[in-house]
Design a protein around this ligand. Sequence first.
Ligand SMILES: *Cc1c(COP(=O)(O)O)cnc(C)c1O
Length: 457
Amino acid sequence: MSESVANFVSPSGGPELPQVRRLVTAIPGPRSLEMFARREAAVARGVSTTLPVFVTAAGGGVLVDVDGNSLIDMGSGIAVVSVGNSAPHVVSAVTEQVAAFTHTCFMVTPYEGYVAVCEKLNSLTPGDFPKKSALFNSGAEAVENAVKIARAHTGRSAVVVFDHAYHGRTNLTMALTAKSMPYKHSFGPFAPEIYRMPMAYPFRWPSGPANCGPEAAALATSHMTTQIGVNNIAAVLIEPIQGEGGFVVPGEGFLPALAEFCAENGIVFIADEIQTGFARTGEMFASSYEGVTPDLVTTAKGIAGGLPLSAVTGRADIMDAAHVGGLGGTYGGNPVACAAALGAIRTIEELDLVGRARHIESLMMPRLRAMAAKFDCIGDVRGRGAMLAVELVKPDGVEPDASSTVAVAKACHAAGVVVLTAGTFGNVLRFLPPLVIPDELLIEALDVLEDAFASVS
Ligand SMILES: *Cc1c(COP(=O)(O)O)cnc(C)c1O
């Protein structure tokens, strides 16, 4: 329980919360437990909880709960509050907008914020060509719309996705998602014309990580040609670093080879940057790491500092393929969410959060690698920027070790550090700190993690 860390005040003026890990009760504390009992009675059990502490305030790198505990946040609400909770520019933009008007429906009577967000997205996403955007509410909705647009543009129906992919929980996006439990089990039937290809997963590639990118690309392009037929494929959809699938960074060359294959065959290449986008990986968008220019990009999560907003952005001619009235929704590009996005993007630019994500990598990676050398159960350390993970395996092999993963996560939670798990086999600990987290807190979280590994080993 440390109080050694000074209060953190970001250059833009906030947050005010003391940036400390401080436990005054067990985790969860008595008031959280009381609320959790209410929650169990009132909320459907299908909606799960990683750590049952009820939050009253959050900012910078901490979450404060109803019992007065201050926890280090290494999850950012799943890569959403990259600019920090209640970031000052987000709060002021939202406050101003909410007082002016809260909704008109952009399809009924428009407003400037929606257009300004689209202009920002068009200029920030990879690619030096005319672009257009459309706004929605959730990541899944953005992915669905990207598929609609790609089908309208190509007049084809097949969509290619990959092992370990995660694209959402609606009917179409469940079909696009790889993992059955918990995302798809008992919820079918699923949408047709979805084809799954092997993923370039270096740690698990049979002939070793060095061959992974080219070999996986050769397999995927061969399957697309022979099993689907390129003239039937509307889109290839891929996360440039897989999120829920376990922070799999594709083997080098895989993404460029897929993009090239798509360009040669009139297939729309869609990068799902919902988890990787907005400075998270140390680039504004992770596609840039291998110089890949997607035709369409889906964004959400980090886009608006915690308010629900998502987008599809891409080549203007493809985006305009859908007929007038074919895209939209009651709330898509809500004015309050758009104001939040403009505040979040301003924060990313003013605080150089792209550079900050790289700095976080430079602090965390050496520590995680040192832990991998020390603890047998860590098989792989990977990721980019502030999207980093360790994969846990049985000693000296690749057999997934989900029970140790859960045990380490639980030990971190008990010590006041919020970490998340991921992976098809449930054996990945992933780290997604807010990009504004003070260095001292990050280092303290790594100390807690190391202790957790020591206690489980
Ligand atoms: C979270 C996520 C989604 C779904 O976003 P929701 O807002 O939860 O619908 C889709 N794709 C990726 C890569 C994600 O990480």
